[in-house]
Ligand binder design. Structure first.
Ligand code: SF4
Ligand code: SF4
Length: 384
């Protein structure tokens, strides 16, 4: 097991526990990539109207409104075309999923099929289910808040899964810093003897599925790890008969007066959120999508909140110290959880060999006292 480290944080950055609802954007943008369009332009849509599909996936509208045009947007995947939908705010216009699902009556085979098709979750031969409520990145609390807001419904679903799939273990994993979640769960877990709470130390990368399973000493083949954000979507579909329309995102950093968890419609433009609810305390800022260690510096003007993103950090722009010559301290080798030698990453042959093994955790760059940035080799990451 790799040595895990605690990330030093700026303790003055505090994320508020009051969730901000940003659920009425005037316009949303639905990126699509290799999808077939199911809708024409200038057409009325309701919440749940199918917009795009692939063989295994269906994208539906998160708002009611009118499809307007296709335009280029930026996402974590890069530049993509997106469908612009103008909101008519008629939230009651909602297309329900074809069949109402009852958690009490659903057959095992149907539940398996639904989880497989809608969420890419396969319970075949699984003995352990792990609910991952760990936010690894500093100043990000998104997974934590999915649990905090929905823990009663989540426990009910986990209990159902435990019984229906005859699981040996159902474990909720949290870090010891999640005190509010811990106390809420401890109050309820007496009713669910088949669900266990594991309180883990605040060490970086325990939220990574591979590292987490190693830490818990569980076998990959017989274990299924579900992030709380995914359980939220399952909960909405199974318990509330609602398709996915919204998500949580943490917007924090030292350039904000109000670091917050925000509930947004999928497809909301980041710049709309910033203009409407974020109070910046300085002008010179850097936007990082996806976290301090693993994220990317972005231009927020055309950036869209899609499925892939659960945090944006807004940091005071600082001139990073220039990298110097390697001090040959060996820290980057020691810290790599998958035993890659970062010193060899500039060699294209070595990079090709290890790139798929790399967790893109950013630790090698974070730890380096000579400020050498390995992200440029590994993921095109461009911040230090
Ligand atoms: S980013 Fe890749 S090479 Fe660097 S420490 Fe993480 S796993 Fe190792
Ligand atoms: S951590 Fe930085 S200074 Fe130390 S060996 Fe690695 S590249 Fe060199």
């Amino acid at each position: 097991m790799a040595k895990l480290i605690e990330i030093v944080k700026d303790e003055t950055i505090k994320v508020s526990s009051n969730i901000i609802n940003y659920d009425k954007p005037s316009t949303i943008y639905i990126p699509y990539n290799n999808y077939t369009s199911l809708i024409n332009l200038n057409t009325k849509v309701a919440i749940g109207t199918p917009l795009f599909k692939t063989k295994n996936n269906l994208i539906t509208s998160p708002i009611s409104g009118t499809t307007k045009k296709y335009q280029k947007v930026t996402t974590l995947k890069g530049e993509l075309y997106a469908l612009e939908i103008i909101n008519d705010y008629e939230e009651s216009k909602r297309i329900k999923p074809q069949k109402k699902i009852s958690l009490n009556k659903i057959l095992k085979a149907n539940l398996e099929k639904l989880l497989n098709l809608e969420f890419n979750l396969d319970f075949t031969n699984k003995k352990n289910l792990i609910l991952n409520a760990i936010d690894d990145e500093p100043y990000v609390l998104t997974q934590n808040f999915y649990l905090l807001l929905n823990y009663e419904g989540f426990l009910e679903i986990l209990d159902k899964f435990a019984k229906m799939f005859a699981l040996d273990q159902v474990i909720i994993c949290l870090k010891d810093t999640s005190s509010e979640n811990i106390s809420k769960l401890l109050e309820c877990l007496g009713m669910y003897p088949n669900i266990e709470l594991k309180i883990l130390p605040n060490l970086y990368l325990l939220g990574n599925k591979t590292i987490l399973l190693k830490y818990l000493n569980l076998n990959t083949e017989s274990s299924l790890v579900i992030p709380t954000g995914v359980l939220y979507d399952i909960y909405n579909l199974i318990k509330r008969n609602r398709q996915k329309t919204d998500k949580l995102i943490t917007i924090s950093g030292n350039a904000l007066a109000n670091p917050s968890i925000i509930k947004v419609k999928i497809g909301t433009s980041l710049i709309d959120i910033i203009n409407d609810i974020i109070n910046l305390n300085t002008k010179e800022v850097t936007y990082i999508a996806g976290g301090l260690l693993t994220g990317k510096v972005i231009d927020p003007s055309n950036f869209i909140i899609d499925d892939d993103i659960d945090s944006v950090l807004i940091m005071k722009t600082k001139n990073s110290p220039p990298s110097t010559k390697c001090l040959e301290c060996g820290a980057c080798l020691d810290v790599c959880p998958v035993n890659i030698n970062p010193l060899l990453l500039s060699n294209p042959n070595y990079l090709a060999k290890v790139k798929s093994k790399c967790l893109k955790c950013g630790l090698c760059s974070y730890i380096c006292p000579a400020y050498i940035n390995f992200n440029k080799y590994l993921n095109g990451g461009d911040h230090e």
